[in-house]
Design a protein around this ligand. Structure first.
Ligand SMILES: [Zn+2]
Length: 248
């Protein structure tokens, strides 16, 4: 039997039939963590019936942040920092404020966080250091180099790799994927974006996490079985709520 993997980060859009994608994933022996990040994705994630995360990411401006607990909610997120579309002190202050609010919610709820960071390494590191959360979380769809990974690992965070690691020009990222220690690595799709090779350019789906998993296992000189066991254990350690994962 194929070893089971968990896609620790996918989004369901309103046009997706989440139940079909989850069924397809289950048939491919892939478990799913549905991630929000804005009001719409928060809703589709919670309605999907699988473990989920809710949060308000960098793109939500002026959102009044409303988060409520749920037994299947395993994390707060995604949230974080993104200066890809521009940087100003005002933008940074706005993103920091939204981050701090949700970090406080995570602290009180004793949930980990799912962190997005793009062109924002130093701000992300300083915000995570300041938040100093007892339950850390994961830096998702990581694209940084070894040095940034090392500093995030030192803060206690897990590092998750998406299909980007399979892209032809991603040599530096492959180096990072070899570097992250066994007890801190996770995998994900970030569907519907970032489909791994050989599906690059298509709409991504949770079942495709197998391609990334096989690729990273080979990169690390591990069997697919050993890598599956490792990442599944890490998923439970990162997110807790073991019983929720056992239903997948
Ligand atoms: Zn995402």
């Amino acid at each position: 039997m194929l070893p089971k993997f968990i896609d620790t980060h996918c989004h369901f859009d309103p046009e997706d039939v989440a139940s079909d994608l989850i069924q397809e994933a289950t048939a491919a022996r892939v478990g799913v963590l549905a991630v929000g990040g804005n009001a719409i994705n928060n809703q589709t994630a919670q309605a999907s019936g699988v473990p989920f995360a809710c949060g308000y990411d960098w793109s939500c401006t002026g959102a009044s942040i409303q988060l409520t607990l749920h037994p299947q909610m395993v994390a707060v997120g995604e949230l974080g920092f993104d200066f890809h579309r521009g940087y100003s002190l005002e933008i940074e202050a706005d993103q920091r404020e939204r981050f701090a609010l949700q970090a406080e919610f995570a602290r009180r709820a004793e949930l980990p966080i799912i962190v997005h960071t793009r062109e924002a390494d130093e701000v992300t590191l300083s915000a995570l250091r300041e938040a100093d959360l007892p339950k850390t979380g994961v830096i998702h769809s990581f694209t940084g180099d070894r040095e940034i990974a090392r500093r995030l690992l030192n803060l206690g965070y897990f590092i998750s790799f998406s299909g980007i690691v399979t892209f032809r020009n991603a040599d530096l990222l492959r180096e990072t994927a070899r570097y992250v220690p066994d007890d801190r690595i996770l995998i994900e799709t970030d569907a519907p974006y970032l489909a791994p090779v050989p599906f690059r350019g298509r709409r991504n789906r949770p079942a495709y996490v197998r391609e990334t998993a096989q690729f990273v296992a080979a990169l690390r000189g591990m069997t697919v079985e050993a890598f599956a066991q490792l990442t599944n254990e890490n998923t439970i350690r990162c997110f807790g709520k073991q019983a929720v994962w056992e239903t997948l």
